[in-house]
Write a protein that binds this ligand. Sequence first.
Ligand SMILES: [Zn+2]
Length: 258
Amino acid sequence: MMGASHAVSGAAAWLFVAGTGPVTLGLIEGVDGPGLGVGAVVAAGAALLPDIDHRSGTIARSLPPLSTIAAVVTEKLSGGHRRGTHSILGLAIAMFGAVLAARIYVPIGDFGSYYVGAGIGAILLSAFAIRALELVKGRVLAWVASVSLAAIVVIFAADNWVWFPAAVAVGYAAHLIGDFITTGGIPVMWPVVIKPPKWWRKSPILSDVWKASGSLSVPLLGNAGSAREKVLVSLLTGWVVWAGAYNWIGVNLLGWAA
Ligand SMILES: [Zn+2]
Protein backbone atom coordinates (compact mmCIF):
# COMPACT_ATOMS: atom_id res chain seq x y z
CA MET A 1 0.00 0.00 0.00
CA MET A 2 1.04 3.61 -0.59
CA GLY A 3 1.65 6.04 2.32
CA ALA A 4 -1.57 8.01 1.93
CA SER A 5 -3.61 4.78 1.67
CA HIS A 6 -2.08 3.56 4.95
CA ALA A 7 -2.89 6.85 6.67
CA VAL A 8 -6.53 6.80 5.51
CA SER A 9 -6.97 3.14 6.51
CA GLY A 10 -5.51 3.87 9.98
CA ALA A 11 -8.00 6.70 10.58
CA ALA A 12 -10.91 4.62 9.23
CA ALA A 13 -9.97 1.66 11.44
CA TRP A 14 -9.81 3.87 14.53
CA LEU A 15 -13.18 5.51 13.80
CA PHE A 16 -14.69 2.05 13.41
CA VAL A 17 -13.05 0.40 16.44
CA ALA A 18 -13.34 3.31 18.87
CA GLY A 19 -16.24 5.34 17.55
CA THR A 20 -18.97 4.44 15.14
CA GLY A 21 -18.42 0.68 15.12
CA PRO A 22 -19.17 -0.10 18.77
CA VAL A 23 -21.98 2.48 18.83
CA THR A 24 -23.56 1.26 15.58
CA LEU A 25 -23.27 -2.35 16.65
CA GLY A 26 -24.45 -1.46 20.18
CA LEU A 27 -21.50 -3.30 21.75
CA ILE A 28 -19.89 -0.78 24.06
CA GLU A 29 -19.84 2.95 24.52
CA GLY A 30 -17.23 4.42 22.19
CA VAL A 31 -14.44 6.84 23.02
CA ASP A 32 -15.81 10.32 22.54
CA GLY A 33 -14.69 13.92 22.16
CA PRO A 34 -11.05 14.78 21.53
CA GLY A 35 -9.93 11.16 21.96
CA LEU A 36 -11.97 10.11 18.95
CA GLY A 37 -10.99 13.05 16.75
CA VAL A 38 -7.31 13.34 17.52
CA GLY A 39 -7.15 9.54 17.92
CA ALA A 40 -8.09 9.31 14.23
CA VAL A 41 -5.14 11.52 13.30
CA VAL A 42 -2.80 9.64 15.66
CA ALA A 43 -3.97 6.30 14.19
CA ALA A 44 -3.36 7.69 10.69
CA GLY A 45 0.20 8.59 11.74
CA ALA A 46 0.75 5.23 13.49
CA ALA A 47 -0.39 3.55 10.25
CA LEU A 48 2.78 4.97 8.67
CA LEU A 49 5.16 3.77 11.41
CA PRO A 50 5.97 0.28 10.05
CA ASP A 51 7.47 1.88 6.93
CA ILE A 52 10.12 3.68 9.01
CA ASP A 53 12.25 0.66 8.00
CA HIS A 54 12.61 2.24 4.55
CA ARG A 55 15.13 5.10 4.29
CA SER A 56 13.48 6.79 1.30
CA GLY A 57 9.90 6.31 2.59
CA THR A 58 7.44 9.06 3.61
CA ILE A 59 8.34 8.92 7.32
CA ALA A 60 12.10 8.91 6.73
CA ARG A 61 11.73 12.11 4.73
CA SER A 62 9.25 13.74 7.14
CA LEU A 63 11.55 15.32 9.75
CA PRO A 64 15.16 15.13 8.53
CA PRO A 65 17.78 14.50 9.80
CA LEU A 66 16.14 12.83 12.87
CA SER A 67 13.69 10.74 10.86
CA THR A 68 16.41 9.70 8.38
CA ILE A 69 18.63 8.44 11.22
CA ALA A 70 15.65 6.61 12.80
CA ALA A 71 14.92 4.98 9.43
CA VAL A 72 18.49 3.80 8.85
CA VAL A 73 18.72 2.36 12.41
CA THR A 74 15.32 0.62 12.15
CA GLU A 75 16.21 -0.78 8.73
CA LYS A 76 19.39 -2.34 10.22
CA LEU A 77 17.70 -3.70 13.38
CA SER A 78 14.63 -5.13 11.69
CA GLY A 79 16.46 -6.81 8.81
CA GLY A 80 15.42 -4.44 6.00
CA HIS A 81 12.18 -3.15 4.45
CA ARG A 82 8.98 -5.12 5.18
CA ARG A 83 10.70 -7.42 7.71
CA GLY A 84 10.67 -6.95 11.50
CA THR A 85 8.42 -3.88 11.65
CA HIS A 86 5.83 -5.73 9.54
CA SER A 87 5.22 -8.55 12.03
CA ILE A 88 3.27 -9.34 15.20
CA LEU A 89 6.49 -8.68 17.15
CA GLY A 90 6.79 -5.23 15.51
CA LEU A 91 3.17 -4.47 16.48
CA ALA A 92 3.83 -5.62 20.07
CA ILE A 93 6.92 -3.38 20.36
CA ALA A 94 4.99 -0.37 19.00
CA MET A 95 2.15 -1.01 21.49
CA PHE A 96 4.64 -1.37 24.34
CA GLY A 97 6.31 1.92 23.35
CA ALA A 98 2.93 3.71 23.23
CA VAL A 99 1.91 2.34 26.66
CA LEU A 100 5.23 3.52 28.12
CA ALA A 101 4.85 6.95 26.47
CA ALA A 102 1.31 7.30 27.86
CA ARG A 103 2.68 6.75 31.38
CA ILE A 104 5.06 9.71 31.26
CA TYR A 105 3.26 12.64 32.89
CA VAL A 106 3.96 15.73 34.94
CA PRO A 107 1.49 16.61 37.73
CA ILE A 108 0.64 20.33 37.72
CA GLY A 109 -0.82 21.25 41.12
CA ASP A 110 -4.61 21.42 41.05
CA PHE A 111 -4.75 21.39 37.29
CA GLY A 112 -4.36 17.64 37.00
CA SER A 113 -1.52 16.07 35.05
CA TYR A 114 0.13 16.89 31.78
CA TYR A 115 0.76 13.75 29.75
CA VAL A 116 4.09 14.70 28.14
CA GLY A 117 4.87 11.33 26.53
CA ALA A 118 1.52 10.89 24.81
CA GLY A 119 1.52 14.61 23.92
CA ILE A 120 4.87 14.37 22.11
CA GLY A 121 3.81 11.08 20.50
CA ALA A 122 0.57 12.69 19.28
CA ILE A 123 2.50 15.64 17.79
CA LEU A 124 4.95 13.36 15.93
CA LEU A 125 2.30 10.98 14.63
CA SER A 126 0.02 13.84 13.54
CA ALA A 127 2.98 15.37 11.70
CA PHE A 128 3.49 12.07 9.83
CA ALA A 129 -0.19 11.84 8.92
CA ILE A 130 -0.48 15.45 7.82
CA ARG A 131 2.62 15.02 5.66
CA ALA A 132 1.56 11.73 4.06
CA LEU A 133 -1.88 13.08 3.22
CA GLU A 134 -0.38 16.38 2.01
CA LEU A 135 -3.02 18.23 4.00
CA VAL A 136 -0.86 21.35 4.31
CA LYS A 137 2.01 22.62 2.19
CA GLY A 138 5.52 22.84 3.61
CA ARG A 139 7.27 21.58 6.73
CA VAL A 140 6.54 24.59 8.96
CA LEU A 141 2.76 24.42 8.40
CA ALA A 142 2.78 20.67 9.07
CA TRP A 143 4.37 21.34 12.45
CA VAL A 144 2.01 24.21 13.25
CA ALA A 145 -1.00 22.02 12.38
CA SER A 146 0.12 19.02 14.47
CA VAL A 147 1.22 21.07 17.48
CA SER A 148 -2.14 22.93 17.50
CA LEU A 149 -3.95 19.63 17.20
CA ALA A 150 -2.09 18.20 20.20
CA ALA A 151 -2.68 21.47 22.11
CA ILE A 152 -6.45 21.05 21.60
CA VAL A 153 -6.24 17.63 23.24
CA VAL A 154 -4.10 18.87 26.11
CA ILE A 155 -6.60 21.65 26.82
CA PHE A 156 -9.78 19.60 26.46
CA ALA A 157 -8.67 16.22 27.70
CA ALA A 158 -5.62 16.78 29.89
CA ASP A 159 -6.41 13.77 32.09
CA ASN A 160 -7.57 11.39 29.45
CA TRP A 161 -4.90 9.73 27.33
CA VAL A 162 -6.10 6.13 27.62
CA TRP A 163 -6.98 6.23 23.94
CA PHE A 164 -3.37 6.96 22.90
CA PRO A 165 -1.86 3.43 23.01
CA ALA A 166 -5.11 2.06 21.56
CA ALA A 167 -4.97 4.49 18.61
CA VAL A 168 -1.31 3.57 17.97
CA ALA A 169 -2.14 -0.16 18.05
CA VAL A 170 -5.16 0.19 15.73
CA GLY A 171 -3.26 2.35 13.21
CA TYR A 172 -0.21 0.07 13.22
CA ALA A 173 -2.36 -3.05 12.79
CA ALA A 174 -4.22 -1.36 9.89
CA HIS A 175 -0.85 -0.94 8.12
CA LEU A 176 0.01 -4.61 8.54
CA ILE A 177 -3.40 -5.65 7.18
CA GLY A 178 -2.96 -3.22 4.26
CA ASP A 179 0.39 -4.75 3.27
CA PHE A 180 -0.93 -8.28 3.89
CA ILE A 181 -3.59 -7.79 1.22
CA THR A 182 -1.13 -6.42 -1.38
CA THR A 183 1.26 -8.68 -3.33
CA GLY A 184 4.35 -8.00 -1.18
CA GLY A 185 2.83 -9.62 1.92
CA ILE A 186 4.37 -9.52 5.41
CA PRO A 187 6.58 -11.86 7.49
CA VAL A 188 3.84 -12.32 10.14
CA MET A 189 5.90 -14.36 12.64
CA TRP A 190 9.27 -12.54 12.16
CA PRO A 191 12.04 -13.30 13.29
CA VAL A 192 10.74 -16.81 12.58
CA VAL A 193 10.56 -16.87 8.79
CA ILE A 194 9.88 -20.23 7.15
CA LYS A 195 10.43 -20.42 3.41
CA PRO A 196 8.32 -22.71 1.21
CA PRO A 197 9.83 -25.77 -0.54
CA LYS A 198 10.93 -25.52 -4.18
CA TRP A 199 7.80 -27.14 -5.72
CA TRP A 200 5.61 -24.66 -3.81
CA ARG A 201 7.53 -21.66 -5.17
CA LYS A 202 6.83 -22.89 -8.71
CA SER A 203 3.05 -23.15 -8.18
CA PRO A 204 1.34 -19.99 -9.48
CA ILE A 205 -1.34 -19.29 -6.83
CA LEU A 206 0.35 -21.00 -3.86
CA SER A 207 3.51 -18.91 -4.29
CA ASP A 208 1.42 -15.72 -4.15
CA VAL A 209 0.11 -16.66 -0.69
CA TRP A 210 3.24 -18.14 0.92
CA LYS A 211 6.02 -16.33 -0.87
CA ALA A 212 9.59 -17.38 -1.66
CA SER A 213 10.74 -14.72 0.86
CA GLY A 214 8.72 -16.51 3.58
CA SER A 215 6.18 -13.66 3.72
CA LEU A 216 2.45 -14.37 3.81
CA SER A 217 -0.12 -12.55 1.69
CA VAL A 218 -3.72 -12.67 0.54
CA PRO A 219 -3.22 -10.28 -2.42
CA LEU A 220 -6.83 -9.06 -2.72
CA LEU A 221 -5.64 -5.59 -3.78
CA GLY A 222 -2.94 -6.71 -6.24
CA ASN A 223 0.18 -4.52 -6.39
CA ALA A 224 0.70 -1.46 -4.17
CA GLY A 225 -0.98 1.57 -5.76
CA SER A 226 -3.36 -0.54 -7.90
CA ALA A 227 -6.78 0.62 -9.11
CA ARG A 228 -8.34 -1.71 -6.49
CA GLU A 229 -6.33 0.01 -3.75
CA LYS A 230 -7.62 3.40 -4.97
CA VAL A 231 -11.22 2.20 -4.90
CA LEU A 232 -10.78 0.86 -1.35
CA VAL A 233 -9.13 4.11 -0.21
CA SER A 234 -12.01 6.15 -1.73
CA LEU A 235 -14.53 4.01 0.18
CA LEU A 236 -12.53 4.40 3.42
CA THR A 237 -12.30 8.17 2.88
CA GLY A 238 -16.09 8.23 2.50
CA TRP A 239 -16.38 6.29 5.76
CA VAL A 240 -14.05 8.75 7.57
CA VAL A 241 -16.11 11.71 6.31
CA TRP A 242 -19.40 10.03 7.28
CA ALA A 243 -18.16 8.91 10.71
CA GLY A 244 -16.61 12.34 11.31
CA ALA A 245 -19.84 14.19 10.47
CA TYR A 246 -21.87 11.69 12.54
CA ASN A 247 -19.67 11.85 15.64
CA TRP A 248 -18.69 15.49 15.77
CA ILE A 249 -21.48 17.47 14.11
CA GLY A 250 -24.24 14.96 14.77
CA VAL A 251 -25.21 14.87 11.10
CA ASN A 252 -25.98 11.47 9.60
CA LEU A 253 -25.06 11.95 5.93
CA LEU A 254 -26.84 8.72 5.04
CA GLY A 255 -29.79 9.45 7.31
CA TRP A 256 -31.75 11.52 4.79
CA ALA A 257 -32.06 8.48 2.57
CA ALA A 258 -33.83 6.42 5.24
ZN1 LIG B 1 4.57 -1.36 4.82
